[in-house]
Design a protein around this ligand. Sequence first.
Ligand code: AMP
Ligand code: GLY
Length: 419
Amino acid sequence: MKILVIGTAGREHALAWKLAQSPKATLVYTSVMAAASLEQGGKIKFNPADISTNDKVIAFCQAEAIDLVVIGPEAPLAAGLADALRQVGIKVFGAVKAGAMLESSKEYSKKFMDKYFIPTAAYKSFTDADEALKYIETLTPPIVIKADGLAAGKGVNICLSKENAAKTINDFMVEGVFGGSGSKVVVEEFLEGREASIIAFIDGDTYKTMPVSRDHKRLLDGDLGPNTGGMGVYSPVLDITEEDIDFIREHVFDKAIKGLKAEGVDYCGILYAGIMKGPKGINVLEFNARSGDPETQAILPLLEQDLLELILACVNKNLKDFALSAINKTSVCITLAGRDYPVSGSKGLEITGLDKVQDVLVFHAGTKLENGKTYTNGGRVLSVVALGENLADARQKAYAEIAKINFDGMQYRRDIGEE
Ligand code: AMP
Ligand code: GLY
């Protein structure tokens, strides 16, 4: 099979790497320039073509006789790429636009959760800044304010004072820092606890969950500094117990599948639930209509089965017969980011030491190859993944190998997986 992976980051490198291991895959096209770095079989091919619109993707698929498209990021899902591919009869793994609204509109997502009794924080949504400001006066901080639309993971502010909440409302709704994405906001009850990510493969009727993972979203050690797309992940997460997972199945995924079906959405793809476990039990913080980045890099190496077979089981709607299991190891993934991340990307700085690392997987996100050398080309540059017998073992391996890698301004958290 010829497969096209849509997306340019570490998540998509991990998808291409795992897909290429399938005996059924003959060629995996990816837009991640260095994606062949981990591969022995010569099946992964860098695709420099512009595939930034639905029409361009379709034209590429037709020209290259692509058998299956796997969509990584949220933007093409929200732009209806899966719908467009289905319309022309190309097999696709990725949520249709109506399903992607669980991620692309926070208000829609909250309404959906309320309608189908999925546990989540209480909220109110606003399209009028004055109304939002009046409401904020009645609350006690911390106050959680979310831009309704997609904002590259930056549209959520946890405000510790009413003044900061008022400024956030002004930034989102009046100043328009996220353009149209912030013209509507959700103001939400603050939940205490520990977060975890649960990623499920869905065929429309059935779902199968991957091992639970935990992202570290703040830039700096000790969960300090600004929110980022994700600085590191470990999996599995032992404080999310079997009973918790049963609860999440029953009250999050069973209900979400039922709800999607009731709404007439034929959902074939990944549904990611970001949850908070705390004094108020387990609540959903957010749904994503895609897998996480860097969660994907941490969990795919744990998947015991052939990823292509799993995805085909979803596309062909026979996921219920697929036995998904994980190897008995712990995975740790650490993001190596550029100096100015998350404010801006790093460009053109040589990365050294990649040829020295052993026994870890290095997934490329913001990199560029030129004349046999690797250079930085983005905010999150690399994801380094180690598998170990336990968390301490995996962490030790990952950090020992990271010490061999360098580029000017390289930053990473030293406390990923420190319990
Ligand atoms: P979201 O994109 O909705 O997951 O929000 C981004 C991050 O903000 C989450 O990963 C949490 O760390 C935090 N967050 C979101 N909603 C809440 C909430 N209701 N209470 C506490 N923290 C939250
Ligand atoms: N790492 C968080 C996300 O992908 O949304």
